[in-house]
Design a protein around this ligand. Structure first.
Ligand code: AMP
Length: 414
């Protein structure tokens, strides 16, 4: 394992940019992947957002392109990064900008939901690195605005989400137009069979790099749960936010409406808050995210889908305003506060009907979430017993109990 960036073999202008970013030591995926990628190997990276995987692929790509510069040709990028969401596309492009600030590399991001005019302009000017979401990329390819025949390095980012979101046909279409001779990288947080197959069809003798599973992220996070009735959640959130330790807070709600209602209520009580979700325009989402990233907005309220790929450093607290019914979503959500090895705090509100979600989460993470009960809105409903998801089973149980009581009463009187 390499313990400093200077040992990885990257060129000096990149090392300088890394220092300016404030990174001291490479993360595990960076120290494992970068030397191999610099040698031109294909890579299967099993890693999720938060592990430093963006720099793990962006740095070797920048090194490769900047070491041996070629004239730029309009519409023909040399490197292509495919990623599932707009937010990720913007973040990845920003990373290329940050790490590549001392080399002469041009990059752009193309994604849907916004005008394609500036994107087409960037393509026409000529660029080295193109970061794209599949839908917009296919559109632009069909219009003849982009030509992938000169791609030398191809990255498929978040492959599992890509498939979850139904992008497999688009990914295949893109693959068909890439040159055979190229370096390919595939990143995925999980490796279900369909990803194994996809990887086999894309990668040539890849090295496999796997980094720590989410459980270790969970261990670093201070988690607690507050039992509260549904109707009191907004007031409770306002109370919790009065603690000055909550500096940059990501709040999760189950629905888009919920996200709007919560952020509106917070503004009414004087907090700086905004909401992002799929019903908002791309521009509005980006503005909200940017304000949050810069610390202008303290609380960002989001749904799971909208929060996918949000990568904001220094989120001090994640609040689960609603508990997710999928334990994996819980792990994903709270992982936002423990980026790149830092710790964080996750606060969950649990209404009586969400207690079974809490149980599922505790089973999945094999830990008990600490209960905080010194707040002003403690639910009066007893914490136990948890109601069953199976009312038919409950009825059967009651019937049996009734019969049993009858039997024992009969036995007692005999
Ligand atoms: P990623 O997994 O690529 O989304 O990166 C997660 C976060 O870690 C981003 O905010 C990066 O800026 C940050 N990061 C990446 N590499 C390092 C590093 N070596 N040291 C400190 N922070 C890093």
């Amino acid at each position: 394992m390499k313990h400093s960036f200077t040992q990885l073999g990257l060129m000096e202008p990149l090392l300088r940019a890394i220092r300016e970013q404030g990174y001291d030591t490479p993360t595990s995926i960076q120290s494992q992947a970068i030397p191999l990628l610099l040698k031109g190997r294909d890579l299967l990276g099993i890693a999720q957002t938060g592990t430093g995987k963006t720099a793990a692929f962006a740095l070797p790509i920048l090194d490769y392109l900047a070491r041996d510069p070629m004239p730029r040709v309009a519409r023909k990028p040399s490197a292509l990064v495919l990623t599932p969401t707009r937010e990720l596309a913007v973040q990845i492009a920003d990373s290329f900008g940050a790490y590549g600030r001392h080399v002469d590399i041009r990059y752009a991001a193309v994604f849907g939901g916004v005008s394609q005019v500036p994107q087409v302009k960037a393509l026409r000017r000529g660029l080295d690195v193109l970061v794209a979401t599949p839908g917009r990329l296919i559109d632009l390819m069909q219009q003849g605005q982009v030509d992938l025949s000169a791609v030398e390095v191809f990255v498929l980012d978040e492959a599992d989400r890509m498939l979850d979101m139904g992008f497999l046909p688009a990914v295949r279409k893109v693959l068909q137009t890439l040159p055979q001779k190229r370096q390919s990288l595939l990143f995925s947080a999980t490796m279900p069979d369909n990803i194994v197959e996809l990887a086999a069809s894309i990668l040539h003798k890849p090295v496999r790099v796997e980094v720590t599973p989410p459980a270790t992220t969970v261990e670093r996070i201070d988690q607690c749960v507050l039992h509260v009735d549904k109707k009191d959640k907004r007031e409770l959130l306002a109370e919790v936010l009065r603690n000055p330790a909550l500096e940059r807070v990501l709040v999760f709600t189950r629905t888009k409406h919920g996200a709007d209602r919560v952020s509106k209520h917070l503004r009414q009580v004087g907090e700086s808050a905004d909401a992002i979700h799929g019903d908002k325009s791309q521009g509005a989402r980006q503005r909200a995210l940017e304000a949050f990233r810069r610390g202008k907005v303290k609380v960002l309220v989001a749904t799971d889908i909208a929060a996918r790929g949000i990568d904001v450093a220094d989120i001090t607290h994640v609040v689960n305003f609603d508990l997710p019914n999928e334990p994996e979503s819980y792990v994903h959500r709270i992982g936002r506060t423990a980026r790149a090895g830092r710790g964080g705090v996750a606060i969950s509100f649990c209404s009586p009907d969400e207690r079974r979600h809490l149980q599922a989460i505790e089973r999945e993470t094999r830990s008990k979430v600490r209960v905080v009960d010194d707040h002003g809105f403690v639910s009066k409903q007893p914490v136990e017993p948890v109601r069953s998801k199976n009312p038919a089973g409950d009825r059967q149980w009651k019937k049996r109990q009734h019969r049993r009581r009858g039997r024992s009463a009969a036995a007692a009187s005999a």
